[in-house]
Design a protein around this ligand. Structure first.
Ligand SMILES: Nc1nc2c(c(=O)[nH]1)N[C@H]1C(S)=C(S)[C@@H](COP(=O)(O)OP(=O)(O)OC[C@H]3O[C@@H](n4cnc5c(=O)[nH]c(N)nc54)[C@H](O)[C@@H]3O)O[C@H]1N2
Ligand SMILES: Nc1nc2c(c(=O)[nH]1)N[C@H]1C(S)=C(S)[C@@H](COP(=O)(O)OP(=O)(O)OC[C@H]3O[C@@H](n4cnc5c(=O)[nH]c(N)nc54)[C@H](O)[C@@H]3O)O[C@H]1N2
Ligand code: SF4
Ligand SMILES: [Mo]
Length: 746
């Protein structure tokens, strides 16, 4: 009989950071429940967490390194695999660092390995060809926040628990559980908002699960949120509703902003976005007169033609209605492991640097040191100096998740060498020469370092490994550090412990040099002695906690946070509700909130030009998320299959009738980049003129390793339809919402 025990850990699958109570028998996970004592989630969980059992047991999960030989994969030792990687990368790196590209996928931010060691790998590679899921996701919000507040992670978070009026655009937290808005149990929090008499308003081209819970739902023409929001800002000025409360003295550019909104009367905005002018006026009057209100936009407002403008305007309205940095409005988190806005001089900084280099083919500027993933295929396929010839993917599936997916698949085939760090042989990894498997979830330590920057309370919660590493497995942080060793000329057999010490020393040095850290000025060698007994991500975490804003400061603040404190708190530490942080949080060069930063002001002319655009009956494609799915990689888990989790194209009954399309029948959807055939789901949940296909499907292709996901057709890869030349001009983010398509019976 193996012994049964309980382990607590934070769910790593989405941004909600729910606490889990795991029942483990021997080394087998047998039950997953919500941890009722978790300080943040209080027992909430969603169906994906239950699928952790399937994930642990999935026979298709890669458990040992794989090497391609004669067109198929064979198992290999770690040494052999790393030697193969070195042989593949070394000649290219010696010739041109830029010939090696990297793509970092979404799970990197849910994993300490990616959080702490991903950038070590990038630095060692020294390539400019860095791509990630950020440019098919939230890059516009980093750009607008960086330009307005000074750092890319200074993103205002809606204070959902204390607001009276919540305006949500392009987000469906009832399915996604929230994004750039870490709040476990958003269904419960939205229910509580309504119970205390608050109002929920949703703007979405689909009547989503969230829209159904709302007091008001407005259909909007995809890609026109910036028009709607401009119409609202116009009204705020025109009706003298601007009330910044105490914020005015901390803002710059209000006059410039006023001039920019001039063309966007509610009538003009209405003609573009499809919401009546009087409704626009009423919506913003209600928002302005609410005691406490918050505006929030997510994927739908980000992965679109005017993504940065829409992201900016969300916060412009939060400022102009006096709701920024105020309880019940949109506030800044203060994360326990620190961030760029808890370092340096409070209230002033360098602002957001960008454009330090450009993509070779299209000349796109970098933001946050990376290039738009919409450029990846052309950088591989276009000959010349700096052409990408090898690619490293870490926890990413760009062949499904990024634009012009069919062309990208061809590009991956064209590479001289490719290595994927992944847990499956995915649509992407099937092209690799070497696959290096990440360790099982339960065997790693966890701390949601990225998402505690974005949470509705200040939280710190550490999970130790719930199980030891199985024989033959390697921790992902070690895999990344070994790759860094290869990239940085130390070779396939570099001294891992020495590399790790170097990384931790650097973090410690930054901490004790930070003038506003409780550890500022502490002797680095003495501090090192305190953390030297740990290794890997745990030592990094301990360093960042001790030097972070609530840190113990190596003795300076004895009641402060350390990893020991978190180890003794298996249900997490609640550091309290969000508190006002302006002006201290700002890191713009002016020390002000920039309401009309120049790059954004320059982009408004594009929005003006689009005012006169008419659709003339053309159809537009948007996406949708499903509760029992997670981007591209949980379709292999039996407990999440079936039911509503289907890959269909949703089309409005009126359009279906007009186009001769029947429910359940195949239709052809065509865009400028490709064509797919997919089953129709005729409904009234999408607005007329719009069709919706979920992303992350299309598993039935040669050579993938997930038998269940590829079964029953495997769904359709919607990103075949996303043209790579459709981007948000300012940030370079891909346009995945509002793609012009034609639809016909197949
Ligand atoms: N049309 C359309 N496209 C979209 C979107 C959309 O809304 N519409 N959404 C976009 C968004 S928001 C995102 S974030 C991207 C996601 O884009 P990606 O990050 O490229 O895709 P994922 O499907 O999240 O793939 C994650 C990969 O990591 C692997 N994996 C899972 N856990 C681990 C681990 O612990 N370690 C390692 N090494 N690998 C692991 C999985 O097997 C999978 O291959 O997709 C984007 N694409
Ligand atoms: N169950 C589940 N949860 C997830 C994920 C998942 O795949 N499955 N993915 C995770 C990831 S990586 C992310 S980034 C988050 C995303 O979290 P959310 O942003 O909440 O994601 P979605 O549910 O895709 O909601 C986007 C909404 O935007 C709408 N939309 C499309 N175009 C437009 C437009 O032009 N304007 C407006 N106003 N709306 C538009 C869509 O109809 C959709 O309802 O979810 C995370 N959580
Ligand atoms: S909502 Fe997200 S964090 Fe919570 S249990 Fe579901 S997948 Fe995990
Ligand atoms: Mo995402």
């Amino acid at each position: 009989m193996s012994e049964e025990r309980i382990a607590y850990r934070t769910c790593p699958l989405c941004e909600a950071t729910c606490g889990l109570e795991l029942t483990i028998e021997g080394s087998t996970l047998t039950k997953v429940r919500g941890d009722e004592q978790d300080v943040f989630s209080k027992g909430f969980l969603c169906p994906k967490a239950l699928a952790l059992i399937d994930l642990e047991n999935d026979p298709d999960r890669v458990r040992v390194p794989l090497i391609r030989e004669n067109g198929s994969f064979r198992e290999a030792s770690w040494d052999e695999a790393f030697e193969r990687v070195e042989a593949g990368l070394r000649p290219l790196l010696d010739r041109d660092r830029n010939s090696v590209g990297v793509y970092l996928g979404n799970p990197n931010v849910h994993n300490l390995a990616g959080t702490f060691y991903g950038r070590v790998l990038l630095k060692a590679l020294g390539t400019q060809n860095i791509y990630s899921a950020t440019t098919v996701d939230q890059m516009p919000k980093h750009v607008s926040s960086g330009l307005m507040f000074g750092t890319p992670l200074s993103i205002p978070i809606p204070d959902v628990d204390r607001t009276d009026h919540f305006l949500v655009l392009g987000a469906n937290p009832m399915a996604s559980n929230g994004s750039l808005f870490t709040a476990p149990d958003l269904p419960g929090r939205l229910r509580a908002l309504k119970q205390r008499g608050g109002k929920l308003v949703v703007v979405d081209p689909r009547r989503t699960e969230t829209a159904k819970k709302a007091d008001e739902h407005h259909f909007i023409v995809p890609g026109t949120d910036a028009h709607l929001l401009m119409g609202m800002v116009h009204t705020l000025f025109a009706e003298d509703l601007v009330t910044m409360n105490g914020l005015a003295e901390h803002t710059a550019g209000v006059e410039d902003l006023h001039a920019l909104v001039e063309p966007f009367t509610p009538e003009a905005a209405s003609a573009a976005c499809g919401i009546a002018a009087d409704e626009i006026r009423r919506m913003v009057r209600e928002l302005a007169s609410a005691d406490r209100a918050a505006v929030y936009g997510r994927i739908g407002t980000s992965t679109q033609e005017f993504g940065t403008l829409a992201s900016w305007l969300v916060d412009v309205i939060n400022v102009l209605t006096g709701n920024l940095d105020r309880e019940g409005g949109a506030m800044f988190t203060k994360p326990a492991i620190g961030s760029a806005n808890t370092a340096g001089a409070p209230g002033k900084g360098r602002g957001l640097p960008f454009g330090r280099f450009r993509s070779r083919v299209r000349g796109r500027p970098e933001f946050l040191g990376e290039l738009p993933v919409a450029c990846l295929a052309e950088e591989i396929l276009t000959p010349g100096d700096g052409q990408i010839r090898a690619l490293i993917t870490v926890a990413g599936n760009p062949a499904v998740s990024t634009p012009d997916a069919a062309r990208l698949a061809k590009a991956l085939e064209d590479l001289d060498f490719m290595v994927s760090v992944d847990i499956y042989v995915t649509e992407t990894a099937r092209h690799a020469d070497v696959i290096l498997p990440a360790e099982p979830v339960l065997t790693r330590a966890h701390y949601d370092g990225a998402f505690y920057n974005l949470s509705v309370r200040n939280i710190a919660n550490y999970s130790p490994p719930s199980l030891p590493l199985p024989a033959g497995a390697m921790a992902e942080w070690e895999v990344l550090l070994r790759l860094a060793g290869i990239a940085g000329d130390a070779g396939a057999h570099a001294d891992l412990e020495a590399l790790d010490e170097l990384v931790a020393h650097e973090a410690l040095r930054r901490g004790v040099q930070n003038p506003i850290s409780p550890a500022h000025g502490v002797d680095e060698e003495k501090a090192w002695d305190v953390v030297a007994h740990r290794r890997g991500p745990e030592r990094m975490l301990d360093v960042l906690l001790r030097t972070g804003p609530y840190g113990e400061g190596f003795g300076r603040n004895p009641d402060g946070l350390t990893l020991d404190v978190l180890e003794a708190s298996p249900h997490g530490v609640d550091l309290g509700p969000l508190e006002p942080r302006i002006p201290e949080v700002l890191r713009t060069a002016s020390g002000k909130i920039e309401l009309a930063p120049e790059p954004i002001a320059n982009d408004v002319s594009r929005l003006v030009a689009a005012l006169s655009r008419r659709r003339n009956g053309g159809m537009m494609l948007v996406g949708r998320r499903q509760l029992r799915s997670n981007n591209s990689w949980m379709h292999n888990l039996p407990s999440l299959r079936g039911g509503s989790n289907r890959c269909t194209v949703q089309i409005h009954v009126d359009d279906a009738e007009r186009l001769g399309i029947s429910d359940g029948k195949l239709v052809r959807v065509t865009s400028s980049s490709g064509e797919v055939e997919i089953e129709a789901e005729v409904c009234e949940a999408v607005m007329p003129g719009v069709v919706s296909i979920p992303h992350g499907w299309g598993h039935d292709v040669d050579g993938v390793g997930w038998a269940v996901a590829a079964g029953e057709g495997g769904g359709t890869n919607s990103n075949v339809l996303a043209p790579s030349d459709l981007i948000d001009e300012l940030s370079g983010n891909a346009v995945l919402s509002g793609i012009p398509v034609t639809v016909s019976p197949a």
